[in-house]
Design a protein around this ligand. Structure first.
Ligand code: ADP
Ligand code: MG
Length: 696
């Protein structure tokens, strides 16, 4: 690729294309819709639609699709061609403003968590003009929001856009108090670092567990894991490098700011990070990134695994959600500046986050809860399930000084002397990066590290925007009434620190001591999805979401249902896959190998060889013992599934899956993995961890 700037965004109907292809007045009107959320006139939409169509056709597109994010967690699309029949039997290419701004996909087959039963099946998609349309596979993609006929929200985008409005409105109130006269909009910005595994496609295809569940349900440890720490940032292999190059080029064409790529800690694990953008655009882009990662892998004979825990015993994959607030005048509200101690506005925004996170640990935890992520959180490779904030030495020192009313004296972290002439010495980062923290302040943004790799980042950002927006609103209520702003401001900051400092923790989040300490501090420790989800419906949360019009009570109930049902479905699919693999693949392999051994033994015996201490005899009897055990355990697993189906309450069923079905699965796996270590390779029915992790 020799001209990246020209290639970048070449498939996007972005600002420069709009400027070039739209009449000036129309452009201005659309721009105002994008920047200020003003309503779009249908006559304007008609002209925009026509320009979009002409542009799309010039790029080879024949179809358009509304592109939306239903509660499945992935994206959905339905393609219509631009053709419109004429009386003389020919067709012309048409695309109207109405088709651009509204679509009517059938909503009946998307998860609605019970909403569907009471309302009409029809759904609507509505254009989100703040996320640019783009071309992929010969279709013009129009990013949209998705709701039911009667207005219930059925997607992950609408609440995100609403939450962005909440934080915008509340943050502006605060800025006004500080005398900011230039900012008219506050935008939440997000950069999502994406982890993933790449394995050989031919091997992937031979594993039913990977195909059906995205993770390995069996697999003995390979002799080598990640213990030599030789993969992280290691040289990228040519085949992977070719894949990454291809992926970058496709992402760039779609205007996605793919920036950083490197090998991760586990073998076969990698990471891609974009440059941050507006929260809703970052969400759209992360969806596209995940989709293209999978598809590009296919083209390179690879399979891309986005599951949170594809392999036991090596690190799983997460997603780091970097989040900040920026004004339309270009100022990052979390930039502490050179003297954070004197930067009261920064300190107030910082306090808002501290209070929001402390008051809403439950919501942040829920926003990252899934069956897949349960394998990671708290497993000493990812943050624990306990939510806390890392602030670093300097900020913590400042807050302590304010609370105790003392002068703050800067701790000089000192220069890091590289000792090499040609390398510059640099200041030790006082926000020393604590990789174990679930929610870390990293210089001028917060990094929420609990997300699973396969997640839509929408959920966590809805929560972040809403909870911080809500607290900013509370602060504004109080400060707007104050007779003396400065005095009230300092009182508020001080009060906030004393009340919420328990959420700040700069130490090692993986340690056992922290779990105890967190309990003493009264912090929540919601160990798994089933523990976390019910809190979504609590009175506090219903009040919060309805107050800000993010979700109605019905929508909260329905989302809870969808999430908890999804948990049961995932475990059910895993259990069924496991049983099938044991019965159709593992046991038959063990029997074949046993037969070969037994035949050899009897042959030896028939020609008079002493088989008293024969290795084959011992092995056959061990194989038989283990096979019998495996067979019993699979029956127990199947019985547990039948019992699960009989439980009516969805919460009780989820608990049963978590406690009983999951432990039956662990038992099955233990025996199968032991068998893997003694069955001859040529009999073992699917690729092992050594094959999967070290073959590229
Ligand atoms: P690390 O892997 O050490 O956490 P990276 O540089 O890989 O750091 O990733 C940092 C991410 O944070 C990038 O996606 C970057 O664009 C994003 N980021 C930087 N500044 C902001 C900001 N103001 N708002 C949101 N995201 C940001
Ligand atoms: Mg990171």
């Amino acid at each position: 690729m020799n001209n990246v700037p020209e290639h970048f965004g070449s498939m996007v109907f972005n600002d420069s294309v709009m400027k070039e292809r739209l009449p000036k007045e129309i452009y201005k009107s659309l721009r105002s819709t994008i920047d200020n959320g003003t309503e779009l006139d249908i006559s304007v939409a008609n002209i925009v639609a026509n320009a979009m169509k002409d542009w799309a056709i010039s790029k080879g597109a024949t179809h358009f699709t509304h592109w939306f994010q239903p509660m499945t967690g992935i994206t959905a699309e339905k393609h219509d061609s631009f053709i419109s029949p004429q009386s003389d039997g020919r067709v012309i290419m048409e695309f109207s403003g109405k088709e651009l701004v509204r679509g009517e996909p059938d909503a009946s087959s998307f998860p609605s968590g019970g909403i569907r039963n009471t309302f009409e099946a029809r759904g609507y998609t509505a254009w989100d003009p703040t996320s640019y349309a783009f071309i992929k596979d010969g279709s013009l993609y129009i990013p949209t929001a998705f709701c039911s006929y009667s207005g219930e929200v059925l997607d992950k985008k609408t609440p995100l856009l609403r939450s962005m409005e909440v934080i915008n409105a509340q943050a502006l109130r605060i800025l006004k108090l500080f005398g900011d006269k230039v900012s008219t909009r506050v935008i939440s910005t997000v950069g999502a670092e994406q982890e993933y595994f790449l394995i050989d496609k031919k091997l992937f295809d031979r594993r039913k567990d990977l195909i059906f569940t995205g993770r390995t349900l069996f697999g003995a440890k390979a002799p080598k894991g990640q213990e030599l720490e030789d993969h992280y940032f290691g040289a990228i292999k040519p085949r992977i490098s070719a894949y990454m190059k291809d992926l970058d080029e496709q992402l760039w064409a779609l205007g996605i700011l793919a920036k950083t790529k490197h090998n991760e800690v586990a073998p076969a694990q990698h990471e891609l990070a974009p440059i941050f953008s507006t929260a809703n655009v970052a969400t759209d882009h992360n969806h596209l990134t995940m989709e293209l990662m999978k598809r590009t892998a296919d083209r390179h004979g690879l399979a891309c695994l986005l599951h949170e825990k594809p392999f036991a015993g090596v690190n799983g994959s997460g997603k780091h959600n970097n989040w900040a607030l920026s004004t339309n005048s270009g100022k990052n509200l979390f930039d502490p500046g050179k003297t954070p101690y004197e930067n009261k506005q920064f300190l107030l925004f910082l306090c808002a986050v501290i209070k929001a996170v402390d008051d809403n640990q439950d919501l942040l935890r829920i926003s990252v809860a899934s069956a897949g992520n349960d394998h990671r959180l708290g497993a000493n490779e990812a943050p624990p399930a306990i939510v806390s904030i890392f602030l670093g030495e300097e900020l913590t020192g400042i807050l302590e000084a304010i609370e105790s009313g003392k002068e703050y004296t800067k701790v000089d972290a000192g220069k890091m002397m590289t000792g090499v002439q040609v390398l510059p010495d640099f200041h030790k980062d006082t926000t020393d990066r604590n990789r174990t923290s679930p929610f870390a302040f990293t210089g001028n943004k917060f990094e929420f590290r609990m997300l699973g790799s396969s997640f839509s980042i929408s959920g966590p950002n809805i929560i972040l925007n809403t909870i911080v927006g809500d607290v900013l609103g509370q602060f504004a209520d109080r400060l707007e009434k104050a007779s003396d702003f400065e005095t009230e401001l300092m009182a508020l900051i001080k009060e906030c620190i004393s009340k919420h400092k328990r959420i700040i923790f700069n130490g090692n989040n993986y340690s056992a001591e922290w779990v105890e300490e967190a309990e003493r501090r009264g912090l929540l420790n919601l160990k798994n999805t089933v523990d976390a989800l019910p809190l979504f419906k609590s009175e506090k949360n219903v009040k919060l979401f309805t107050k800000h019009k993010i979700f109605t009570k019905t929508e909260i109930e329905s989302r809870y249902e969808i999430l908890i049902e999804n948990y049961c479905k995932v475990l059910n699919i895993e259990a069924l896959t496991m049983a099938e693999m044991v019965k159709k693949e593992i046991l038959p392999a063990v029997f074949s190998y046993s037969r070969e051994l037994a035949e050899t033994v009897s042959l030896k015996k028939s020609i008079g060889i002493d088989i008293q201490d024969d290795a084959g005899v011992g092995l056959v009897s061990l194989l038989t013992k283990l096979a019998n055990c495996l067979s019993r355990r699979v029956s127990e697993l199947e019985d547990s599934l039948i019992a699960a189906y009989g439980i009516n309450s969805i919460l009780a069923r989820a608990q049963f899956f978590r406690d009983t079905v999951a432990s039956c699965m662990t038992e099955v796996r233990a025996v199968a993995d032991e068998l893997e270590t003694i069955v001859a390779s040529k009999y073992w029915p699917f690729p092992t961890y050594s094959d999967l992790l070290f073959n590229i």
